[in-house]
Design a protein around this ligand. Structure first.
Ligand code: R5P
Length: 293
């Protein structure tokens, strides 16, 4: 088995190779003056099991093209099996046609990966695991970073804190975190206007008065969801509040707005490398690779 750490995930890919005790081969990569991606694989691939590690945060389209280039090239150079590890899978949120005529972008990405030669796909905290499974396009393994985040937060002195999902779709995240924090869990109700993107949150009366609480979400993008969830918890009398997510985009003033809403701490993983990356997903990915190779 060999690992190719893609240009978006060099450190993560190298760490996975180190944990697995296998070689990793760097990718030569640059952007042409017109914005196109140049990608060259090094190493030899004949008959090999090749693991490509490439998260696809912003700029998503370029990151995806690089992933496609690496997958197709590894296949053409004789890879026996290709496992693509894409911790943050771009376009996961557009997993159905919410409004007539919309492209189902997630399916398009999966079809492209499959047709270029990927055999398996490993993702972390996919926006909607069900939509990946339902599509049957490519064999997919959805791992969760929530236990790692919850354990990390517990060790900071938050044992017994309340776990909250900012919407029903994140309830399973809060439930999984509660296995470690053990302070109870629930969710608020969120409605997003599909045209404007604005959200409305209905704060439920959860038991956080005078207690610590953690909001767990898969993604923080503009920060709007996190801001409203934290403000709701503060309104209910929560003491310290932590904003925790797997994929930290933090677009624009998201960080400032989250702190102003009352967050004492922001914690995320390295699926997207930021200053909030306190927890690495390398061990869970390596563990999964060991199971499926
Ligand atoms: C959506 O349902 C996701 O789970 C996140 O809550 C959402 O993508 C976060 O986006 P934003 O930070 O822009 O509110």
């Amino acid at each position: 088995m060999i690992v190719i750490p893609g240009p978006a995930s060099i450190e993560l890919g190298e760490n996975i190779a180190k944990i697995m005790g296998v070689e990793s081969f760097p990718v030569e990569h640059r952007i042409f003056p017109d914005g196109e991606s140049y990608t060259r694989l090094t190493g030899s691939f004949g008959g090999e099991l090749v693991v490509i590690v490439q998260s696809t945060p912003s700029p998503q389209d370029a990151r995806l093209i690089q992933l496609f280039q690496m997958t197709a090239t590894a296949k053409e150079l004789g890879a026996e099996r290709i496992i693509c590890c894409v911790p943050y899978l771009a376009y996961s949120r557009q997993d159905k046609r919410f409004i007539d005529g919309e492209a189902i972008s997630l399916d398009i990405v999966l079809h492209l990966l499959k047709s270029l030669g990927a055999d398996d796909l490993i993702v972390v905290d996919a926006h909607n695991e069900e939509s990946l499974r339902r599509s049957h396009i490519i064999k997919t393994w959805n791992l969760s970073a929530i236990p790692l985040l919850a354990k990390y937060i517990r060790e900071l002195g938050f044992d017994g804190a309340y776990s909250l999902g900012p919407d029903e779709g994140a309830l399973h995240l809060a439930k999984s975190a509660d296995e470690f924090l053990k302070g109870g869990f629930s969710f608020f109700e969120k409605r997003r206007d599909r045209k404007t993107g604005n959200i409305e949150m209905k704060v439920k009366d959860v038991d956080v008065n005078g207690r610590d609480a953690i909001v767990f979400d898969d993604i923080v993008s503009s920060g709007g969801t996190m801001v409203q969830a934290i403000a709701g918890l503060k309104q209910l009398g929560a003491r310290r509040v932590v904003a925790a997510c797997t994929h930290a985009f933090f677009i624009g003033e998201a960080e400032k707005r989250i702190i102003e809403a009352g967050a004492d701490l922001i914690v995320a993983t390295d699926t997207i490398k930021t200053k909030f990356s306190r927890v690495s997903v390398a061990p869970v990915i390596a563990q999964q690779l060991a199971k499926i190779i």
